[in-house]
Design a protein around this ligand. Structure first.
Ligand code: ATP
Ligand code: MG
Length: 228
């Protein structure tokens, strides 16, 4: 595995938002580089732009200026459909608002990520990898439960299972331990660490949690639209 090749690169990213009458540069020239198997933590106080940065790098929010490269390919030069396909195939997302489908069960939500990634898994293999993952996240006994019956922390763990099940190249995790107690948070961080060690998954994680930040290879702090 070549640790030096950037699998993900954000170059001179800018994003402004208008709130009330005022326009604010939330990102004012942010550049970021992530190598295969690297774990990067993005830190900074509430409202500084961590979620905005992760959304842009994950292909969910076009920047006002700058480029996002996934394996040297310009993510925002492709149309939205192509970008959605790339994301489903290559990325795993764990975001603050989970975007799980409330009417489906835990297992159905996780399996859907496999289907969207269009992996040709045999049905029995798919079932086994989903069950293994649910086991490791202590979700086995909730596999048949509907999402809208789960607690916030349980949903968070389902989101992590869904992000990992299709063996993505990158994981974007926005405060993935935010709703979790220490033991559940530890299980999530262990699983992310295993994915990057065994499969070379690159991880970009935003957090306020010192334990989560400590697991990263590098820590970047956002301040006034820039990286410190
Ligand atoms: N769609 C939007 N329209 C207007 N302003 C926005 C929008 N999205 C984010 N903002 C503003 O941009 C700033 C950065 O928001 P962001 O969610 O990226 O912060 P954050 O660092 O993730 O904070 P937290 O730690 O609380 O999650 C905030 O001031 C927010 O109000
Ligand atoms: Mg945020």
């Amino acid at each position: 595995m070549n640790q030096d090749r950037a699998v993900l690169e954000g170059m001179n990213l800018q994003k402004r938002f208008q709130t009330g009458g005022e326009v604010r540069a939330v990102l004012d020239g942010v550049s970021i580089r992530l190598a295969t198997g690297e774990w990067l933590a993005v830190l900074g106080p509430s409202g500084v732009g961590k979620t905005t940065l992760l959304h842009i790098l994950a292909g969910l929010l076009p920047p006002d200026a700058g480029q996002v490269l996934w394996d040297q390919t310009d993510l925002y030069a492709m149309d939205e459909t192509a970008r959605d396909h790339q994301r489903a195939a290559q990325a795993g997302l764990v975001f603050q608002f989970h975007h799980l489908l409330p009417d489906l069960t835990v297992e159905e939500n996780v399996r859907l990520a496999l289907q969207l990634a269009r992996r040709n898994h045999r049905d029995t293999d798919a079932r086994k990898s989903v069950t293994d993952l649910l086991d490791r996240l202590h979700l086995r006994n909730l596999a048949g439960a509907r999402i809208d019956k789960l607690s916030g922390g349980e949903r968070q763990r389902v989101a992590v299972a869904r992000a990992l099940v299709h063996h993505p190249r990158f994981i974007f995790a926005d405060e993935p331990t935010g709703n979790l107690d220490e033991s559940a948070a530890g299980a999530v961080l262990d699983l992310l660490d295993t994915a990057r060690r065994t499969e070379g998954v690159a991880i970009l994680l935003s957090t306020h949690n010192p334990a989560a930040a400590a697991r990263a290879d590098r820590r970047l702090t956002l301040h006034a639209g820039k990286i410190m």
